[in-house]
Design a protein around this ligand. Sequence first.
Ligand SMILES: [Fe+2]
Length: 182
Amino acid sequence: MTIHHTKHQQAYVDNLNKALAGKPAWQGLTIEEVVKKVKDAPEVIRAAVRNNSGGVWNHDFFWSVMAKPGTTPKGELLEAIKASFGDEAGFQKAFVAAATGRFGSGWAWLVPGPAGKGKPLAIVTSQNQDNPLMEGGPRPVLGVDVWEHAYYLKYRNLRAKYLEAWFTVVNWDAVAANFAKK
Ligand SMILES: [Fe+2]
């Protein structure tokens, strides 16, 4: 995780700053504001802004939803998990299936469900460093990095093993706070 943070995420920070150098309209925005307007970026830098702002936001978010083992889903969040997936085990199974099923590099997200569709939570995945905010979608409440750089050093090709271990360090208090803000 240290290499992940200091090398991989740092590269996205550096490359985003390079892409936005000399673009006053993009300076002073939060990373979330940049991510939400990647489609407005000039074409010549659009791909760089998309990939690198996603790389920064996604990893910031990823760190924020992890903590020492010991937290559990409670209250409104737990009720939403039960209503959407049956129980916690059902959620974990569905989330791991989506995350292992994401072909190539990408992310799996738990997001507030589409309004009016009956389920308070849904699982989506995105490729590369994309995320739901770029498409005008909901702000995720939980997300996991399934790029090989996230697990290959320790888990080799075993993405599911990494996900199983990762679930022990999910910061459910942070997820609940994200869900409360939805
Ligand atoms: Fe990563």
